[in-house]
Design a protein around this ligand. Structure first.
Ligand code: ATP
Length: 513
């Protein structure tokens, strides 16, 4: 555990030191669960957004993108259920005075049981060697079977109590499991209460005419209310999708995991409108498609898994998360939800407008069903950043810190380094910068010995370094160094652009989808 915490601390301090993520308003001691992206962070975030947008919108003829306002008519949030049901069950510890999400306390307890299962599997794998059959072990080892049954029954009971709004039973479960406050170890709990997560604000100047508004807690509703506008003006035929990226706001209670859970964050959502009755197929298809998108980045298949929801939200008939192995364990990165006709149906009911689709093939109108994929941009940023940060032992016994961000997402693609600050080398290097900057973000660095500059670029995540030396003046060749392998080769100046282009090209990465 200490080790995990150390790694996470390193991630946070590295993100600050290299201009990726700063605390918001840091000079005033920061604002809890709000963060700013620095010069490198803003680029990484933009690249992730674009990687998502191109994969979803540009590469799918039947998906288009919109950009809806953050403010929406307040009735939107009545229709969507957020006014009545966007609540978290909270519990306070009477001794430490700390507030927790009751479901998170229980899920953390279950995660500990799952860690025990993983430990048993590892032990057995070691004992049995090559003949180890994991599936068989999971289904026959009595200890593991008991752990699994216990974990499942806890989650099932919690899901049921939350669904029935039986908060007394949620508290009873916490007490029966003897869950203690992680901070104080005390088991002295208050009752579980509901707390609405939306931020309120006002539109208009005078007190009596002002209108109560909310900052949107998700981008999805901007898509639903525009369903007809887009369908009609784009002459879209079902099945089709509408995508959107943008800010969302939630007054989160448990906000202690850096950019994993923020009060202001960005979502990348896609609502796919389908014929009722086809939701099962589309649910499976989108689960697969989204997982492939993640895997295309090459961050390790073993770091992802699906988690099917026990407790379904009021709008869903099936839901799964894509979980990622963050420095603090497997957690939700993206949600895939089969939302039925709940959203469009509710907006029809509250607005009095028909939000239906006329299906020419079937010769009838219906309210489409919706399949949603929803991913947090900041969470994806944390997944990429934390997975990329590595300490490597080198052959000469020293270590290097390297940020192995997939080249397609890296903020700066290349650094141009004149070997010395004289003999005309800076001028040649600058000329190369001026040439490359039309295609990529280019860094120029002439300070310190070249070895130190390489280390700096490794730690900042730059996939290529190009060094201009005396030989360049004679034969127009330069050294190109690859961040991940540290391999260097001599290439023609005129080839540099093509070499880099190939490796940072989205096509190369996304074609793995
Ligand atoms: P959680 O259970 O972690 O609170 P959620 O199930 O409420 O998340 P959704 O409402 O499904 O999340 O939102 C879709 C995605 O938006 C999530 O998968 C996550 O990546 C992202 N997200 C949600 N809340 C936050 C937050 N407070 N900060 C950063 N990202 C968030």
């Amino acid at each position: 555990m200490a080790n995990q915490e150390d790694i996470f601390k390193k991630v946070i301090s590295h993100a600050k030191e290299y201009g990726y993520v700063f605390q918001s308003s840091e000079i005033y001691d920061g604002l809890s669960a709000v963060y700013d992206y620095g010069q490198n962070g803003a680029e990484l975030k933009r690249n992730i957004r674009e990687y998502w947008w191109k994969a979803m919108v540009q590469l799918n003829e039947n998906i288009v993108g919109i950009d809806a306002a953050i403010f929406m008519h307040p009735t939107t949030w009545k229709a969507s259920g957020h006014v009545d049901a966007f609540n978290d069950p909270l519990i306070d510890n009477k001794d430490s005075k700390k507030r927790y999400r009751a479901d998170v306390l229980i899920e953390d307890y279950v995660a500990k049981i799952e860690a025990k299962i993983e430990k048993e599997v590892k032990k057995a794998a070691k004992r049995f060697g090559d003949s180890f059959d994991k599936e068989q072990f999971l289904s026959t080892n009595q200890r593991v079977v008991d752990y699994r049954a216990k974990a499942d029954s806890i989650l099932k009971r919690m899901g049921k109590s939350l669904e029935n709004e039986d908060l007394a039973d949620v508290k009873a479960l916490i007490e029966e499991l003897e869950i203690a406050c992680p901070l104080s170890g005390s088991k002295n709990w208050t009752d579980v209460k509901q707390f609405n997560l939306m931020f309120g604000t006002k539109l208009g100047a005078s007190a009596d005419s002002a209108m109560d508004l909310y900052l949107r807690p998700e981008t999805a509703q901007g898509i639903f209310v525009n369903f007809l506008n887009v369908q009609k003006t784009g002459r879209m035929k079902i099945p089709f999708g509408i995508a959107q990226t943008g800010k969302a706001f939630r007054n989160e209670i448990v906000a202690r995991q850096f950019i994993f859970r923020m009060r202001e964050f960005e979502q990348m959502e896609m609502q796919f409108f389908i014929k009722p009755g086809t939701q099962k197929e589309w649910y499976e298809a989108w689960k697969e498609k989204r997982m492939k998108w993640h895997l295309s980045l090459g961050m390790g298949e073993e770091n992802y898994r699906f988690h099917d929801h026990e407790k379904l939200a009021h709008y869903a008939d099936a839901a799964a998360d894509i979980e990622f192995r963050f420095p603090f364990g497997f957690k939700e990165l993206e949600g895939i939800h089969s939302r039925t006709d709940f959203d469009l149906g509710k907006h029809e009911e509250y607005s009095g407008k028909k939000l239906q689709y006329f299906d020419h093939e079937e010769n009838k109108s219906y309210t489409p069903y919706v399949l949603e994929t929803s991913i947090g941009l900041d969470r994806m940023f944390l997944a990429v950043f934390s997975n990329s940060l590595q300490e490597e032992e080198l052959e000469n016994g020293s270590t290097r810190t390297v940020l192995k961000i997939p080249a397609v997402l890296a903020p700066y693609k290349v650094a141009v380094l004149p070997l010395l600050k004289r003999d005309g080398l800076p001028e040649v290097a600058q000329k190369l910068v001026d040439e490359l900057k039309w295609d990529f973000n280019v860094d120029y660095d002439e300070k310190d010995a070249v070895g130190r500059r390489y280390r700096r670029q490794d730690a900042a995540g730059t996939p290529f370094c190009v060094t201009v030396d005396h030989q360049t003046l004679e034969d127009d060749t330069v050294t190109i160094r690859h961040r991940d392998t540290m391999e260097q080769s001599r290439v023609k100046l005129s080839e540099v652009k093509d070499i880099i282009s190939k490796e940072v090209d989205m096509r190369y990465w996304l074609q793995k989808i």
